[in-house]
Design a protein around this ligand. Structure first.
Ligand code: GDP
Ligand code: ZN
Length: 295
């Protein structure tokens, strides 16, 4: 049988211009992407095999979702395509950075994807009471320990629902969780893609791992500790799902829910419907958000 000369597939690993594509027929293709194409892990692509056998990514197909982070010049930079879930990891140690957690959750809301919270290193200290607030507003919260195996099955079930990225502070155990979930065999995909053209030691930018229990994880150093892009101040409120019933109910249509009179959000905080901690995060994130995004 002759090899297919073109088709569609999924970008499963990326190292600079070299993209590993899993064709729809299940074949693993090592492709080159032209400079003008920005191919991200998770992108659906159209590929083509040239006469000399080399494979080329001809185009990327439209994305359902796009994860962007803020690069070191303060600009939004695309990092992963077609994620369906962001899994924010906090741990017994280092102490949870609640603002960062709220920032990840807000980013997921604004992307229109699911989000969940993992509390890792459960073996060191029990789950902090504050995590119950997240369950109360509808986020799945799973306690895990890579050290003793607690919660890993529950996490695998959570991840089976789609294509996720594990995000969170350095040291919370993201790599450890990934290794525990993926196992060594699947990790080899990344190692393969990391072998540079000139045999130099290079690191893979991004890899998509299939999980034994279903679902996929996008792993990339840039995503693990990223500062998500939140858009303008008006967008930030939409990043807090429990504020949804109150938005549009303030006296001023452009209320930022800070010191304005007759603010429905502040009233919800005062009545206890919204926790002061989450509201505090909202106020801090509004500070760092950029100017309003033009619709
Ligand atoms: P990452 O920076 O988020 O990828 O974190 P790592 O996976 O590199 O883990 C940081 C440190 O925490 C390592 O020394 C791990 O062995 C340790 N660690 C990870 N998960 C657990 C856990 O569940 N319990 C304990 N006690 N230590 C853990
Ligand atoms: Zn308001």
């Amino acid at each position: 049988m002759r090899e297919a000369t073109a088709g569609t597939g999924l970008a499963v690993a990326r190292h600079r211009r070299r993209i590993e594509v899993e064709s729809d027929a299940g074949e693993r293709l090592s492709c080159i992407a032209p400079r003008r194409l920005d191919v991200l892990c998770g992108d659906r692509v159209r590929w083509r095999r040239e006469r000399d056998g080399t494979c080329v990514v001809a185009k990327t197909l439209p994305r359902e979702t796009l994860l962007t982070r803020i690069d070191n010049r303060g600009r939004a930079e695309p990092v992963a395509a077609n994620l369906t879930q962001l899994v924010a990891v906090v741990a017994a140690a280092p102490a949870p950075d609640w603002l960062l957690l709220d920032r990840y959750l807000a980013a997921a809301e604004l992307m229109g994807i699911e989000a969940a919270v993992v509390y890792n290193k459960r073996d060191l200290a029990p789950q902090p009471g504050r995590l119950a607030d997240y369950a109360r507003i509808g986020y799945a919260v799973v306690s895990t320990s890579v050290a003793d195996g607690t919660g890993l099955e529950a996490l695998a079930r959570l991840l089976a629902r789609g294509r996720s990225a594990l995000v969170g502070q350095s040291g919370v155990g993201k790599s450890s969780l990934l290794n525990a979930l993926v196992g060594d065999g699947v990790q080899a995909v990344g190692a393969l893609a990391a072998k540079g053209r000139h045999g130099r030691h290079t690191t893979t930018t991004a890899v998509l791992h299939g999980l034994p229990g279903g679902g996929e994880i996008v792993d990339m150093p840039g995503v693990r500790q990223y500062a998500p892009y939140l858009g303008g101040t008006a967008d930030v409120a939409r990043g807090f799902r429990e504020l949804a019933p109150y938005l549009g109910r303030c006296r001023f249509a452009d209320c930022r829910h800070r010191a304005e009179p007759d603010c429905a959000v502040k009233a919800a905080v005062e009545s206890g419907a919204v926790t002061p901690e989450r509201y505090e995060s909202y106020l801090k994130l509004v500070e760092v958000a950029g100017p309003a995004r033009r619709e």
